[in-house]
Design a protein around this ligand. Structure first.
Ligand code: NAD
Ligand code: TYD
Length: 335
């Protein structure tokens, strides 16, 4: 299979690249990534010479560059991970979210049709459903009700995929996953930010009252769900992906401090995120029943393993936090 993945230098995309090269010997991967602030080729150094892998630096919204790629390579499938992904940034600068997450998806969808690529997988998020009260779960039939510019842009892309399936017979599937954690996550997101700040004895900024709830899943389990959707998903269907693992932010941050043996005095309550969604919780029974997917990590060991990864990869996160990582691709790819 010739697989195009977009955004493979980011957190989830790079974990997907590692997993697929390790476990799927029949797959050749092309990774297209424009290397925004969170695209980091240092996530991929151990596989960059693998003959089944190649990297192309390009922007998914650049129709000409994308068309060149689709015309040159005979892709069997596209998995679209590329996105602007941080809610806080979408609140201060929505424009790039609409461009990358909506127009980027449209460019890829058009080329998927034009070059008769067999399957398109859109990596979406549970945030498209909006916020839950204290009870209840998101199912695939839950109406889309996004609240942030980020989640609006993701919901728009989902609707585009559905429209292309309905109108042009595109073979498209959508995955909607809950919050991920694991290696290579950019330290602006909750878990890696708190781990690395604690290691530097810096304050841990908890938004509002810390009682917002997220449903955490190990990134490798998300990647396995994406593979299941690519291989076995039914055209036009969306699949929720989650670990039935809800945590209040405050409890989770305290748990991290316990693992790291750091004092709770580092906790700092800060001004809440505007429009902060209160609770996300996924019902993943459809992907379990229809595609046989189940999470493999339990949270206690997954979280410990993640903390250990950040301890063992201090150079990686220090280079990210200092900005030094951005020079790596320039040397490596002579750009
Ligand atoms: P990330 O921000 O770590 O990585 C995104 C990648 O996309 C980066 O490598 C970046 O350089 C690349 N990119 C951005 N704009 C691009 C463009 N115009 N052209 C080409 N490449 C571009 O994000 P992530 O956390 O790995 O998320 C990946 C996908 O999964 C996103 O679509 C996100 O919405 C979705 N998702 C994330 C989570 C989560 O918890 N992180 C949960 C559910 C779904
Ligand atoms: P985040 O990792 O940004 O993911 P998302 O907003 O997409 O769920 O945030 C997870 C939760 O942690 C969310 O409720 C916001 C909260 N949060 C903090 O309390 N402090 C922080 O510094 C960050 C980045 C997030």
């Amino acid at each position: 299979m010739n697989l195009l993945i977009t955004g493979g230098a980011g957190f989830i995309g790079s974990n997907f690249v590692h997993l697929i090269l390790k476990e799927q010997s029949g797959v050749n991967l092309v990774n297209v990534d424009s290397l925004t602030y969170c695209g980091n080729l240092e996530n991929l150094t151990s596989i960059e010479d693998n003959p089944r892998y190649s990297f192309v630096k390009a922007d998914i919204t650049d129709n000409e560059a994308m068309e060149k790629l689709f015309a040159e390579r005979n892709f069997d499938a596209v998995v679209n991970f590329a996105a602007e992904s941080h809610v806080d940034r979408s609140i201060t600068d929505p424009a790039i979210f609409l461009k990358t997450n909506i127009i980027g998806a449209q460019v890829l969808l058009d080329l998927t049709l034009k070059y008769k690529v067999k399957r398109f997988v859109q990596i979406s998020t549970d945030e498209v459903y909006g916020s839950l009260p204290e009870t209840g779960f998101f199912v695939e039939e839950t109406p889309l009700a996004p609240n942030s510019p980020y989640s609006v842009s993701k919901a728009s892309a989902d609707m585009l995929v559905s429209a292309y399936v309905h109108t042009y017979d595109l073979d498209g599937v959508i995955t909607r996953c809950s919050n991920n954690y694991g290696p290579y996550q950019f330290p602006e997101k909750l878990i890696p930010l708190m781990i690395t700040n604690a290691l530097e004895d810096k304050p841990l900024p908890v938004y509002g009252d810390g009682m917002n709830v997220r449903d955490w899943l190990h990134v490798e389990d998300h990647c396995r769900a994406v593979w299941a959707a690519l291989e076995k998903g039914e055209t036009g269907e969306a699949y929720n992906v989650g670990g039935s693992n809800e945590w209040h932010n405050l409890a989770l941050v305290k748990e991290l401090l316990k693992i790291l043996e750091k004092p709770e005095s580092l906790l700092t309550f800060v001004k809440d995120r505007p429009g902060h969604d209160r609770r996300y919780a996924i019902d993943a029974s459809k992907i379990t029943n229809k595609l046989g997917w189940e999470p493999t990590y339990d949270f206690a060991s997954g979280l410990r393993q993640t903390v250990e990864w950040y301890l063992e990869n201090e150079t990686w996160w220090r280079r990210v936090k200092s900005g030094a990582y951005q020079s790596y691709y320039k040397q490596q790819y002579d750009l």
